[in-house]
Design a protein around this ligand. Structure first.
Ligand SMILES: *[C@@H]1O[C@H](CO)[C@@H](O)[C@H](O)[C@H]1NC(C)=O
Ligand SMILES: *[C@@H]1O[C@H](CO)[C@@H](O)[C@H](O)[C@H]1NC(C)=O
Length: 296
């Protein structure tokens, strides 16, 4: 029998050991509709609302993506975060933060639009967002846009507005160039409040989830192998399968990634009030990101 002390040590060991290395699935945001060839992210644009969003919420994704030479990662921040009159300071902090996360400063922009002001009670107009983001999407040939989901992680209305704005943009592009492949849109999953501040627990659970998924994939491959052996044509529409395809994209940082996210956060020195220290200590978004594709 294991004594309670031994069990406690085992649990602590699992928690401290789990973040030793990063683990990701579907890092290229691969999707495939039945019978079509798969789509892979090549030019990605992350759209955020305020300087520090990129470090506070999206760091695990950015760190994994910017390690991949085959993808170009761009970042667009829709406001300079001037709610407290610190706009120019925060812009400079953002430059340091994105570089730490692997995005050259030249690939990160801040829009300072009069109708997209940092304001904790203001919803931003979708049409204004669509117009502001459009030149970046077309000129950079963006195929994959990443942003907040309908709950905006923290519920900030500026965050929530972006999803609708980008949807409006993609619909406009669809209306003007109906035959071009449209950019795909992915939103960062907002965890329910109860699991938002679980820090390392998100690493343990996220990794467990991914390992189970990988095991099921192996099983599926085996089944496909057996079926194809019997009749090679039966699964032909699904082949070639992209190696990464399948799971929704998940990014889990290791210790090194966490420390990088932490330095990116502290680069936003003007924002590091006491409760932000609690945030960086306990938030799951400092460790893990999960993405959903937005269909419309
Ligand atoms: C923020 O938005 C609210 C509601 O949209 C508005 O009433 C208020 O004046 C805005 N504050 C600033 C500082 O612009
Ligand atoms: C694009 O336009 C076509 C034709 O009007 C429509 O069927 C399709 O649903 C649109 N796609 C999006 C993403 O809006």
């Amino acid at each position: 029998m294991l004594s309670p002390g031994a069990i406690l040590i085992l649990v602590i060991a699992v928690f401290l050991g789990a973040p030793y290395t990063p683990l990701d699935s579907n890092t290229l945001f691969v999707t495939q509709k039945f019978g079509e060839t798969s789509r892979v992210a090549k030019n990605l644009l992350l759209v955020t609302a305020h300087p520090d969003d990129e470090a506070m919420f999206f760091a695990p994704t950015l760190l994994a993506l910017t390690r991949k030479p085959e993808v170009n990662v761009f970042h667009l921040c829709l406001s300079d975060g001037n709610a407290d009159g610190l706009g120019s300071v925060r812009k400079a902090e953002l430059g340091v933060s994105v570089e730490l996360l692997g995005i050259p400063k030249q690939k990160s922009w801040v829009i300072n639009h009069p109708q997209l002001k940092d304001n904790i009670t203001a919803e931003w107009d979708s049409a204004v967002i669509a117009r502001a983001v459009k030149p970046y999407v077309t000129e950079l040939k963006i195929d994959t846009v990443l942003t907040f989901d309908t709950r905006g992680i923290s519920g900030h209305p500026n965050h929530i507005s972006i999803l609708e704005g980008v949807k409006t943009l993609i619909q406009n592009i669809n209306a003007t160039t109906p035959n071009e492949p449209l950019p795909r849109l992915f939103s960062l999953f907002s965890a329910p409040l109860a699991t938002k501040y679980i820090s390392l627990t998100s690493v343990v659970m996220g990794k467990l989830d991914l390992y189970i998924y990988f095991a099921l994939r192996k099983l599926e491959d085996l089944v496909i192998f057996v079926i194809s052996y019997q009749d090679p044509t039966i699964l032909a529409p699904l082949i070639p399968r992209h190696e990464e395809m399948g799971a929704s994209p998940v990014f889990i940082s290791g210790y090194e990634g966490y420390l990088t996210s932490l330095s990116a956060m502290t680069a936003h020195a003007s924002q590091m009030v006491w409760f932000r220290w609690l945030y960086v200590g306990f938030s799951r978004y400092m460790w893990a990101n999960a993405w959903d594709e937005v269909h419309f």
